[in-house]
Design a protein around this ligand. Sequence first.
Ligand code: AGP
Length: 592
Amino acid sequence: MCGIVGCIGKNKGREYIINGLKTLDYRGYDSAGVAFLKQDKITIYKDAGSVSHLNSLIPSKEEGDVLIGHTRWATHGKPNKINSHPHMSYDGEFVLVHNGIVERFAEHKASLIEQGVTFKSDTDSEVVVNMIALFYKEEKDVLKAIRRVMETIEGSYAISLIHRGENRLYVLKNVSPLLVGIGEDFNLVASDASPMIEHTNKFIELGDKEYGYIEKSSYKIYNFEGQEVTKELISKDISLVKHDLNGYDHYMLKEIEEIPSVITRLVNHYVLDHEFNFDKDLINKIRESDHIIFLGCGTSYHASLVGGRYFEEMLGIPTASYIASEWAFHPMFPGKKPFIVFISQSGETADLIHCLNIVKQYDYDTLLITNTSGSTLERGCKYSLNIQAGVEVSVASTKAYAAQVAMLLLVVAAVKSNIKIAHEIINALPIIKKIKEKQEDIKKVANFIKDKQSIFYIGRGYDYYLSLEASLKLKEISYIHSEAIAGGELKHGPIALIENDTPVIVFITDHMTANSMRGNIEEVKSRGAKVFVISTRELSKESDTIVIDPYPNFLSSIIVSTAAFYLAYYTSLSKGYDVDKPRNLAKSVTVE
Ligand code: AGP
């Protein structure tokens, strides 16, 4: 799960590669590397750590005619220097960068070792470069060698390859995305358009099992059968967004505090002059459907749970929300006219792309709810709605979550032709600003939980969905084991985990479930739990930790989530962790 870049014929190619890798580090930041080809000489720089660290290793005058670069999220082999890309073939003739996973790589590796190939790393990618080198010895033609590799291996790959002494950049692709950027006397390669957009807005997109080569003013792409394919030029209207902390210490804090302005922008985008501004065809398709299927991962899946509730309660349309990676192995299309909604901040999540490929075999309508224009999922879905959150840098999703939920609510409001809901969203936003004023109380909770082994979040209904998201946020950046439990499920098992001083965070924002939740509090307290209650004023008790002003109950996930985000943020901060780039994670999960 990685980002790859490449360039040929580009002045200041190194600058493109380094900036491009910085743009792509949402796909992984375990290690980074670059290879320079200058005539017959290939020089590789790589190491564990960030792209800035990589840049500091490269002598200032280093340049090349053909360059490839990589930012890695480790799948096979530890995140160390040896396993970092680029990888060179055993004979030193080929170097590649790879995003994806080669299936049954251990078998291939064993067979290559039998044929005398030596390996340096534990990666599946090194298998590919060695296989190419070996086939090349027989074929004496790089394209033929590549094709034989594609016939031999299975799995996902976006690969950019250089061959000693050849002024060419070879490419091959299956499942993982790969774009070629077409310039004037130079050409580029990258996992997505963002690193290239500063240099060109003309692209070709490689299809699955396509391969070819790129020179500085031309390119040739072939299909799996070896026939040359004419690629359609696409142009992308993506504006370049510069990341800026704007005086904040961390992107996460900045992004939490952007939530009110993001939601305002979202509502203003989809509501013009008190009228909904949606594609009418989309709204009609939803009205006509008899079942909505939501697919998402992580935070986006949690947003889909809230969305499902909106569709069922407010529109009476049955829904099912699935974790994408689960659904992919057991695809279900309930109803006669299902409508499929993909939710993905990045639009590049591999599990969702897998689901989309399944859905494409049928004739069902698809909608993507996303924060990223021009993504792989956007290209594949019939409809797309942008959540207008602006780039989200922190790996922990905050403003995108709030905006996804608000987007789903606006869609429901539009289908219902109920403009009042849009006004209710806007009217509730000042409450988020008041939660900010309670940061000192939140810090005290963070201080209590920071050294605990385990923590529980409990709630029912909307508050349960909130608990799921709050718990994910805490664990991903503070590394504290955390679980979300539906209040009613406690005594069916999880309560066995409660002991003296176990922290339990309770959300009480729904009058329907408030009494039951108060009952749950007594149950955990009597087993020694240290309870922190986050409640709305009309349902609050004096002992509650954070009391929030009233708002329409269905907005909990947008409003109260901010309190949970602050708690995760301050807990991670107090432990001295890298809040924005937590260990083992990547902003976008681009392998299954
Ligand atoms: C949330 O904080 C996460 N880092 C993660 O769960 C994320 O929401 C998930 O990987 C889905 O990403 P997507 O929305 O880009 O598809």
